[in-house]
Ligand binder design. Structure first.
Ligand code: T46
Length: 143
């Protein structure tokens, strides 16, 4: 597991309970495991194409944590200065998507399921969907 080097991110490890019965119980508690109060949960499923791309935006204020509940995908993070790719393939290990972090999801395996918990309700005004605007937002001059 590579260290996260971009700003406003980090891993979130979930508690797991394996007690001899079939199955594994994973738990996330707001303000305990998730470092913010959760107002919204959404998931993305029916991903059928490895070359599909989702995300490609940043948020101005929203805090989120992203998980891969099933299968795998590639999470690309960019804070305007540093970039990194994280292979998401563990259901007990999420990644924080803080404000001002350009994120892209791709490389979806068949049957991949993404789960996201968010600190606020959906608000399109909080999205930065233009990369140049994102660089201005985080104060990075393009070389
Ligand atoms: C993010 C990544 C990880 C809503 O109406 N309500 C919602 O709560 C969400 C999440 C989306 N929408 C609408 C907005 C768009 O018309 O659903 C449509 C698709 O949204 P978007 O293109 O932003 O989807 P993704 O998969 O690129 O991004 C999503 C989240 O929107 C985003 O906040 O950080 O997952």
């Amino acid at each position: 597991m590579d260290a996260i080097v971009v700003r406003n991110s980090g891993y979130i490890r979930l508690k797991q309970i394996t007690d001899g019965r079939d199955g594994r119980l994973c738990i996330m508690e707001a303000l305990r495991d998730i470092p913010f109060a959760v107002k919204r949960v959404y998931y993305i499923n029916h991903l059928e194409n490895r070359v599909s791309i989702r995300g490609e935006h940043a948020h101005k204020q929203l805090q989120q944590a992203i998980f891969c509940l099933q299968g795998s995908f590639l999470l690309r993070l960019d804070d305007g200065t540093r970039r990194q790719e994280i292979l998401m393939n563990r259901d007990d290990l999420g990644v924080l998507l803080g404000p001002g972090l350009w994120h892209t999801m791709t490389g979806f395996s068949p049957g991949c399921i993404l789960l996201v918990v968010a600190s606020d309700y959906y608000d399109e005004a909080d999205y930065i969907r233009d990369y140049e605007e994102f660089l201005r937002f985080v104060g990075t001059e393009r070389a």
